[in-house]
Write a protein that binds this ligand. Structure first.
Ligand code: ADP
Ligand code: MG
Length: 841
């Protein structure tokens, strides 16, 4: 053993000799000493570290207490002054927003935690601080329990909002006296009838009936939820208008038509003594076409839930348009109400023109135009200065909040805001506006994922999606009252803007977008695009939060965006869509002079010409612009002209059986194949089975349907093949109806399954304007009006890239994609449409 000057062991040099016991003992003793020494050193160092850590913690917890104090103080000051509202954010010690923290947080939001750590060395420390702060706030409590700081503890993402303005309430005084008295025990029947009396329209019932009696045309304006859609037809029925004929009420959206009919049948069903069904909206839905709807019915494309006994009929505006084809004078109606007129859908606009003409001949027909917004003057002027009946609105004030900075991903921002509201705001349901089914499903999934496992940390969040293709039994869910202690969040498309009123909404989240059909008349290309909404729409959306109490609207865009990027009003559909369908209907009605048709707002001339050109190419019109026999047959089908032409043309190649199946499958939309996240490979394999031989997407759809039919329409089969059974059932419904229509136009149902070329030729007969040719770089050029397009990755031909293809539709996502693609032979184009395509020498 060697010792250093200060007596510490410096080195051991060990020579063992088992025979020398002394040196062995010495070694043992010195070794033990050395060991003790080492243990002492380690202890001392540990103590120093521990003390240092404790000191930091002490300082830190002092700082957190101060932070929380300032936070609470700041928030209570804000509550007092209401000058700026801010959902809890990453504040620094002075109460300023900590930009660095925001940075870390926003990275986390995009699932880049590890990258965030690398880029921001403070992230980990901050996370720890935040965690501690959450604990501290739980421990020390806060002055305001409702706006608890647990939030910091539960979720890490936040968005900064700035309160901008308040939309004032209207006519609040009358409100309190009219709330239903819930204290006494009442039957469901009585409750529903009392509820009817609380609606803003109720005090004006008699005045309204008097006005209808006096004038043939009446424009009715009233805030959404005032009772126009559900009450006016009932008032008219009660006043005896149904003795001379039906009351028809049009809706721009099919979900609205169905849902309102259900509600009204419930309100009337009670009266008729079907009390057993009152409390169960599910039962009501499953009853659908049974006796329950005898008096109140609905009619939407491919679904007619009416009977001989129907007296109140809700329908889409498109269906009334088609009804005029078979009943030009609409004799069976005594009153027609064109509801949601402000939406200015294409069908509503065309109905205006036709009904304006019709009332000249039918002096007994009453026409009501009802609208949620201020276009009333315009409608009144159009209908020869028809009187305007205003139902005074009743709305509580609504606070408008804008984001401080633009949000890059509005779905993500919407989700974060839902969670922020849920943990920081007082009770009240949330309504989120998204653009379509896909977005809603995504948001639904993420919300469920993020709240899962939080247990009692947050109150229950009930997520209710609503969009056009949602199965009816789930649609009713949005109207069910929210249980005590829970919060409902409705994820809706534009449908909740004015068509449906959901009671109890207190918070609206408006990302500022909707899906808009846009049409390029030059190329004839139509696409659905996500587009900023108009200021008028934004106001409507905000208004949805102030129906039952003061509300708040969180706009996921900045005030600057609102002023700069949003138009005042939405452009009417007639000015931005393909007109081929309505031109065919108008031609069938014998209206030849389209240029002089009394449009409330005329469509662009170019679009009219384009529609005529297409109908001519499809042989629906002759050179003089007159309807041909083919055109007359096509008009019988409630489908786009190209689809109808495909069906009519299938007669020639004797494959109508296959073609109506394909048309039905295409009409269902893109919801046939099911691709669960955890089984994508299985699902893709199952899908590719239908594509064997690279037959193209149309034939693949046909195979899916035929296989399902061979298995006796089995649900199990769908399950095994990753096919959505609901979509298949709808396809079957549609197919049945198309088969009925075939009979009407005297086309025999014939099958020619072995001749795939015959089927493809029939498809081409309808869709030849949608043909495209492969280019060297793997993209395609559309043939008629050259434009670069690509085969959609979901297509069975995406890897095959045939030289010539015909497609069903174009969608614009990251690129212009062709969806539902089939190979064609170029000589077919010349054979089928010689007037459209010519061979180059
Ligand atoms: P408006 O047409 O003026 O916008 P509505 O007649 O649609 O008003 O709505 C009146 C009331 O009826 C609202 O309180 C709404 O919540 C209720 N309501 C409408 N449809 C349904 C439904 N399907 N289920 C439950 N309540 C409904
Ligand atoms: Mg309505």
């Amino acid at each position: 053993l060697r010792y250093s000057n200060n007596n510490k062991v410096e080195e051991y040099v060990i020579h063992l000799s088992l025979t020398n016991a002394d040196s062995f003992n010495l070694l043992k003793e010195e070794g033990r000493k050395a060991l003790y020494l080492w243990i002492c050193c380690v202890f001392a160092i540990s103590w120093v570290i521990l003390l240092e850590r404790l000191e930091t913690f002490g300082k830190a917890s002092g700082r957190y207490k101060k932070k929380i104090y300032e936070l609470v103080k700041k928030r209570s000051e804000e509550d007092d002054t209401q000058s700026e509202y801010r959902i809890p954010d990453a504040y620094d010690e002075e109460g300023h927003v900590n930009q660095e923290k925001r940075f870390a947080v926003s990275l986390q939001r995009y699932n880049l935690d590890s990258a965030g750590d690398k880029m921001n060395p403070f992230a980990e420390q901050e996370a720890w601080e935040e965690h501690q702060m959450g604990k501290a706030s739980l421990k020390y409590g806060s002055k305001n329990k409702n706006q608890s700081n647990d939030y910091e503890y539960v979720f890490e993402d936040k968005i900064d909002f700035i309160r901008d303005s308040v939309i004032d309430g209207e006519n609040l005084d009358e409100l309190h006296s009219e709330l239903p008295d819930k204290s006494k025990e009442k039957s469901a029947l009585e409750m529903l009838q009392e509820e009817r009396k609380t609606l803003p329209i109720y005090p004006y019932r008699d005045e309204l009936l008097q006005a209808v009696n006096e004038y043939q045309v009446l424009v009715i304006v009233g805030e959404t939820g005032s009772g126009k859609t559900t009450q006016i037809p009932q008032y008219l029925h009660e006043a005896g208008y149904t003795k001379q004929g039906k009351i028809g009420c049009t809706q721009p959206r099919r979900v609205a038509a169905m849902s309102v009919a259900a509600r009204v049948s419930q309100e009337m069903g009670v009266k008729l003594g079907h009390e057993a069904f009152i409390n169960s909206s599910e039962k009501l839905w499953t009853l659908k076409c049974s006796e329950f709807h005898l008096q109140v019915g609905y009619s939407i494309r491919f679904e007619d839930c009416t009977s001989e006994k129907t007296i109140l009929k809700y329908m889409t505006d498109g269906m009334l348009l088609r009804e005029i084809l078979s009943e030009p004078n609409l004799e069976s109606y005594s009153v027609l109400m064109v509801d949601e007129a402000h939406e200015r859908t294409l069908s509503t606009d065309i109905l205006f023109g036709l009904l304006k003409d019709l009332i000249k001949f039918r002096s007994d027909l009453k026409l009501l135009i009802s609208s949620a917004t201020l276009d009333a003057e315009k409608f009144s002027d159009y209908f020869g200065s028809a009187p305007i009946f205003k139902i005074p609105g009743r709305r509580y004030p609504v606070e408008i909040h804008y984001t401080k900075a633009p949000e890059a991903d509005y779905i993500d921002a919407a989700i974060v805001t839902v969670l922020q509201i849920h943990v920081t705001q007082s009770p009240g349901d949330i309504l989120v506006f998204l653009t379509g089914q896909e977005e809603i499903e995504t948001a639904d999934e993420i919300l469920k994922h993020r709240t899962r496992g939080l247990g009692s940390k947050i109150a229950e969040l009930i997520i209710c999606p609503i969009y056009a293709n949602l199965p009816t039994e789930l649609q009713a869910k949005i109207f069910e009252p929210t249980p005590e202690g829970a919060r409902k969040v409705v994820l809706a498309t534009n449908i909740a803007e004015t068509s449906l009123t959901i009671d109890g909404i207190k918070y609206v989240i408006d990302p500022g977008f909707s899906k808009v059909k846009s049409y390029n008349p030059r190329t004839g290309m139509e696409s659905l695009l996500v587009h900023p909404i108009s200021k008028a729409s934004a106001m409507q959306r905000a208004g949805r939060s102030g129906r039952t109490g003061p509300g708040k609207c969180f706009r996921l865009y900045t005030l600057h965006n609102y002023h700069k990027d949003m138009d005042d009003n939405t452009v009417p559909e007639i000015q931005r869509t393909n007109l081929a369908n309505v031109v065919l209907i108008l031609k069938s009605l014998g209206i030849d002079d389209l240029v002089n048709f009394d449009f409330i707002d005329p469509p662009p001339e170019e679009a009219l010409l384009k529609a005529l050109e297409l109908l001519f190419a499809l042989s629906a019109l002759n050179k003089l612009g007159e309807l041909t026999k083919v055109g007359r047959r096509m008009a019988e089908f409630p489908l786009d002209p190209m689809l109808s032409k495909m069906i009519v043309a299938s007669d020639k190649d004797k494959c109508s059986d296959e073609i109506i199946t394909i048309a039905a499958m295409l009409s269902v939309g893109n919801s046939i194949f099911y691709r669960p996240k955890d089984k994508q490979v299985h699902a893709d394999n199952a899908r590719m089975n239908f594509h064997l031989g690279n037959v193209g997407d149309h034939i693949a759809l046909l195979r899916v349907y035929n296989s399902w039919r061979e298995c006796n329409y089995s649900t199990q089969w769908c399950y095994e093949n990753y096919i959505q059974v609901r979509s298949m059932k709808r396809a079957r419904d549609i197919r049945d109806q198309l088969e009925g229509l075939l009979e009407r136009v005297e086309i025999e149902v014939t099958s020619n399954l072995n001749d795939l070329d015959a089927i493809k030729k029939a498809i081409t007969s309808g869709f030849f304007p949608h043909s495209a040719k492969l280019q060297k770089n793997g993209s395609y050029w559309t043939v008629k009006h050259p434009q670069r397009v690509h085969i959609h990755p979901s297509s069975g031909l995406a890897q095959v890239l045939p030289r010539w293809v015909v497609y069903h539709e174009l969608v614009l996502t990251t690129k212009e994609y062709m969806r539902q693609v089939t190979e064609l032979k170029p000589e077919w184009l010349v054979e089928i449409a010689p007037h459209y395509y010519q061979l180059k020498d």
